[in-house]
Design a protein around this ligand. Structure first.
Ligand code: M6P
Ligand code: ZN
Length: 186
């Protein structure tokens, strides 16, 4: 059965949802094989293993017909010049999703197996992810990049698709800016 109506407070400057659901923390040790420079990632993971991003979920469950939300915070940094990013995933059940920029500067990389799109994100910008497009978020700034995600509870997360097909591009630091490079295997 559906859950009851909820009032959820979003603290954009802290990245918290109250009441809160599960909190997920992903470190460099969780991101094996995703950056072009895998030896650099492994060295850092074997060292102080920095946090790359956190995901604070609302209490709305990931089940059919519900509409869960989460706040992702990607800390600034790079691995071999490649900016910190999420693992990226495809929805096994193709359904749309929206992201709303809350803090910092980032980008939304989308890939459907053939085409690649890049949407620059900042506070107040909505990035729309159509059904069938895998998506990954990247922090292109020097402060935390944070966004709200809202997605159908039955969409699911397929991480293997991204490992198999890649994301079309990689995002590297380029002076004070960034450059989109062709995708290369790790
Ligand atoms: C957003 C949403 C979540 C996702 C999270 C981290 O908050 O898209 O569904 O889990 O980003 O991204 P990933 O699962 O690719 O690590
Ligand atoms: Zn998604």
């Amino acid at each position: 059965p559906p859950i009851n109506p909820l009032r959820i407070a979003l603290a954009a400057a802290q990245g918290t949802l109250t009441p809160e659901g599960p909190l997920l923390t992903r470190r460099l040790s969780d991101l094996e094989g995703l950056f072009a420079d895998e030896p650099a990632r492994k060295r850092a993971a074997d060292g102080d293993d920095p946090v790359v991003y956190t995901v604070a979920a609302s209490p709305v469950p990931e089940v059919a017909r519900e509409l869960p939300q989460s706040v992702t915070t990607i800390l600034p940094g790079a691995v071999g010049g490649e900016f910190h990013m999420t693992k990226g995933h495809q929805h096994p059940d193709p359904q749309g999703e929206i992201y709303l920029g809350l803090a910092g500067r980032g980008g939304l990389l989308l890939h459907d197996g053939t085409r690649t799109e890049w949407i620059e994100m900042e506070p107040g910008v909505i990035g729309y992810i159509p059904p069938g497009w895998a998506h990954r978020s990247v922090n292109i700034g020097d402060e935390p990049y944070r966004f709200l995600a809202v997605y159908p509870g039955s969409a699911g997360h397929d991480y293997g698709w991204v490992v198999k097909h890649g994301m079309g591009r990689r995002v590297f630091r380029d002076g004070a800016s960034y450059t989109l490079a062709p995708f290369s295997a790790a």
